[in-house]
Design a protein around this ligand. Structure first.
Ligand code: ADP
Length: 166
């Protein structure tokens, strides 16, 4: 079954990667879809966020990374996805995701599957990473090691100049 795992991935975190690997192991065919989001000012271009994800997921069978824009329903059809995958951390995620999933089924006849996140990663969010790095705080434990330097440069003020603060 082909599942589409959409998100902003701004930046990718250990939580995203864990969900993507577990889902691909189950369904055998996962497309991680990095969405352009005109409503959100994003630090990195869609292609840059996709390249970071690719580096974390290289060599994982059954996964590829794509970029998308516009209506998610159109992208799911273009990619021939059979359902959308979303990760759930807590009841707050569930409440928000349930409403969206109900709408996707009612309006577009597209199913959404949820995967519960690992308890050890439930505190991780892209917004926490951005907040920490924006204040030059420690975010190493939240971001996959292989992309941390690039994430740090992109999201930490003056990150490119003050590598030693890491
Ligand atoms: P969006 O911008 O669409 O809200 P994100 O890029 O923040 O999406 O996240 C993409 C998906 O990954 C969502 O389904 C989200 O719930 C899930 N996710 C985010 N953080 C974690 C985490 N720590 N563990 C598991 N799933 C997560």
């Amino acid at each position: 079954m082909r599942l589409i795992y959409p998100g902003s991935f701004d930046p990718p975190t250990k939580g995203h990667i864990h969900i993507a690997r577990r889902a691909a192991a189950l369904c055998g065919d996962l497309v991680v879809l990095v969405m352009r989001n005109p409503g959100k000012p994003l630090r990195l271009e869609t292609e840059q966020r996709a390249a970071l994800l690719e580096r974390c997921l290289v060599g994982t069978p059954g996964i590829r990374v794509e970029c998308g824009s516009g209506l998610l329903a159109d992208e799911v059809r273009r990619l021939k996805g059979q359902a959308i995958l979303r990760g759930l951390r807590d009841q707050g995620d569930y409440a928000a995701e349930k409403r969206v999933a109900d709408a996707f089924r009612a309006v577009f006849d597209i199913e959404t599957l949820f995967m519960q996140c690992d308890a050890s990663l439930s505190h991780i969010s892209s917004s926490l990473v951005r907040e920490l790095l924006g204040l030059k705080g420690p975010a190493q434990a939240l971001v996959p090691e292989e992309i941390f330097d690039d994430v740090w440069k992109a999201y930490c003020p003056e990150g490119q100049l003050k590598g030693e603060l890491r």
